[in-house]
Design a protein around this ligand. Structure first.
Ligand code: NI
Length: 179
């Protein structure tokens, strides 16, 4: 990199790490097999624990079962897509009207927007965001999941690894990469 190059964006900086995370053991891309959402959600037992289901370029497709209130948080460097597969999810915001989503509806929460998901009483969610995005963003709480689980069900091969998330990658400001 020369003196005149602009500093890389944080999202570019973590791209390589994300790409590695999105490979199955053996190097195959995630998500090239058909996934039935109902079956996939049946395999998830915990609430608020995102499971990695696939990849689109450098973004992960995650599935999560949710119940009740989550913590207030924001993601400083990434947008976050919520698609409701079943149930009802209310997204609460500090600076705009709350939004209630039911099955078949989605919303994108822009980066830097404080939000709190509330499932009443339960909701099954598909999320699209970078793999390393921590579920509680800039907030540390009991609900923080620093390890992303892979989907495991039926006769699928069950790789016995989990993905360790580096929480600091979410907090890196663009300027810190400059020279
Ligand atoms: Ni979030």
């Amino acid at each position: 990199m020369t003196e005149t190059d602009p500093p890389p964006l944080a999202s570019q900086r973590v791209k390589h790490v994300t790409g590695e995370n999105l490979l199955q053991p053996g190097g195959q891309r995630l998500g090239v097999e058909k996934i039935a959402l109902a079956e996939a959600f049946d395999s998830i037992t915990e609430h608020w624990s995102p499971h990695l289901a696939g990849a689109v370029n450098d973004h992960a497709i995650k599935l999560a079962k949710t119940s009740g209130e989550f913590v207030w948080h924001q993601h400083n460097n990434t947008d976050e897509l919520f698609l409701v597969q079943s149930g009802t999810l209310r997204l609460e915001f500090r600076e705009r009207e709350n939004v209630t989503l039911t099955a078949g509806e989605f919303i994108v929460v822009p980066q830097g927007t404080e939000h709190r998901p509330v499932a009443e009483p339960e909701a099954e969610l598909l999320l699209v965001e970078p793999a390393e995005t921590v579920n509680t963003g800039d907030t540390q709480s009991e609900q923080t999941q620093e390890e992303l689980q892979r989907l495991e069900w039926g006769d699928r091969p069950q790789p016995n690894i989990t993905i360790t998330i580096t929480i600091t990658t979410c907090r890196v400001g663009r300027q810190e990469w400059g020279r």
